[in-house]
Write a protein that binds this ligand. Structure first.
Ligand code: ZN
Length: 201
């Protein structure tokens, strides 16, 4: 099952309220520079729409992990592996500002603390909604969760399709990229790592 509850719906009334339109004149220049006529009807409101869209897609710059977690950290006994898989994410590659998107799988072995399950997707969004490279996004998610949970081990695997590869350049439509960050027991113990990788297959 894909976890999509954390993705803000464009139909949400707050969706258009993100940020102010201060870049729309730049987007007007960009569209003109590309050879389009910004005064034709279909494009009249496009600069404002593009700005709002970009501000949403990069809203991770205004977010922080502490606010997102907001007390959903609980003390708990036990040290069994927790796996949260198929967390949907959307990001922008920092080289072309084109989307890359896919799923993140996160596992940890608690020490004394556990985190509400819905928060993993929210933390992933803090780092996905920026200009990114997939490798760095994956380790930033791992670093942030490790700092909060101080677990015995933590692992993040992300799988993504990159539109900058699919639409241009090498045009490898079917390719996907997998990156991982393994910490603690997932790094040191091959059996723990294997159990996680089996769980997300
Ligand atoms: Zn790219």
């Amino acid at each position: 099952m894909r976890d999509t509850a954390h993705l803000l719906n464009p139909a949400d009334p707050d969706f258009d309220e993100i940020g102010e339109c201060s870049l729309d004149y730049l987007i007007t220049d960009l569209i003109t520079g590309l050879g389009e006529d910004v005064s034709r009807e279909g494009l009249l409101k496009t600069p404002q729409r593009v700005e709002r869209s970009l501000r949403f897609l990069t809203s991770g710059y205004q977010a922080n992990v502490e606010d997102v977690i907001n007390g959903a950290l609980f003390e708990a006994e036990g040290s069994e592996m927790v796996v949260v898989k198929d967390i949907e994410f959307y990001s922008l590659c920092e080289h072309h500002m084109l989307p890359f998107f896919g799923t993140a799988h996160i596992a940890y072995i608690p020490d004394k603390l556990i985190l509400g399950l819905s928060k993993f997707a929210r933390v992933a969004d803090v780092f996905a909604r920026r200009m990114q490279v997939q490798e760095r996004m994956t380790s930033q998610i791992a670093d942030a969760l490790e700092e909060v949970l101080k677990p015995k081990g933590l692992a993040v695997v992300t799988e993504a399709s990159h539109l900058c590869m699919m639409m241009r350049g090498v045009e490898k439509q079917g390719s996907s990229t997998r990156t991982s960050a393994m910490r603690g027991a997932f790094k040191d113990d091959a059996r723990t790592r294997q159990e996680f990788l089996e769980a997300i297959r």
